[in-house]
Write a protein that binds this ligand. Structure first.
Ligand SMILES: *Cc1c(COP(=O)(O)O)cnc(C)c1O
Length: 241
């Protein structure tokens, strides 16, 4: 397969391969430092803007989970991705009128942030006779510019989802505020973990807290130390976008 690729793509594949080795090692190291089983932490490769050839190379190396951000980009790549041993999640901001286009093609939508969006996903899934798993994206610091749901509105959303037939919440997702201080970052991740535990303890229908998706290229170590079990890493694998 490599023979057919341009030099530029071959270089990109090599860079990703090297980076993946290092990141897998660091995830393992962080897990051990936190007293956790390294196998309990899933690595999702965030593949926006990354060519299919490079993604497929990573899949051949063992990446079994990728995340795409934009509906259009995802659909244009879909047929060229080798997804037989790899799941694909949708991790970007999702408009209601695009829900239908991705239902059944992604195994998890990580970015549900409103009752209306959840309803639309449930409706579109039931039309296809399937149930769609989702995460709720939380805006932990109440940032105006962020798309997640505020903690104040989170429980209302969960209580609504309880009675929706074709959608199932299996965890929470966070994109934290941009912040360089490790201590502050960890406090956001810590709050997410507390929410995760609290929701789990409520044992609501249709709500199973299995995945706590937090940690990106610059902060995955802190996230793992605070209990993340899925890190979404893009630029640290593929280089700057
Ligand atoms: C792009 C993206 C990532 C990965 O970001 P990096 O900083 O490149 O690791 C993770 N999560 C979401 C939702 C993204 O859009």
């Amino acid at each position: 397969m490599m023979e057919k690729l341009s030099n530029e793509l071959i270089l990109k594949c090599k860079i990703a391969e090297e980076n993946l080795k290092r990141i897998n090692y660091e995830i393992e190291e962080c897990a051990i430092k936190a007293g956790r089983n390294p196998k309990s932490i899933q690595l999702l490769a965030a593949t926006k803007t990354v060519p299919c050839e490079v993604i497929n190379h990573c899949i051949s190396l063992g990446i079994n989970l990728i995340g795409e951000n934009r509906v259009q980009e995802f659909l244009s790549k879909y047929d060229n991705l080798n997804l037989s041993n790899c799941e694909c999640h949708f991790i970007g901001n999702l408009q209601r009128n695009k829900v239908k286009k991705i239902i059944g093609k992604v195994s998890l939508i990580q970015s549900v942030n409103s009752i209306e969006l959840a309803k639309e996903i449930s409706k579109a899934s039931s039309q296809q006779g399937i149930k769609t798993n989702v995460l709720i994206e939380v805006n932990i610091a109440n940032e105006k510019s962020k798309s997640g749901i505020s903690v104040n509105n989170l429980y209302e959303l969960l209580y609504e989802v309880k009675s929706m037939d074709s959608i199932s919440v299996i965890g929470l997702m966070l994109i934290p505020p941009i912040c360089e201080e490790s201590k502050i970052l960890r406090s956001y991740f810590y709050k997410m973990m507390q929410l995760f535990i609290d929701i789990k303890s409520k044992k609501l229908d249709n709500i199973n807290m299995e995945i706590l998706s937090m940690g990106m290229s610059l902060d995955y170590r802190e996230a793992i130390l605070e209990g993340s079990n899925m890190v979404r890493i893009g630029s640290a694998i593929f280089g700057i976008r």
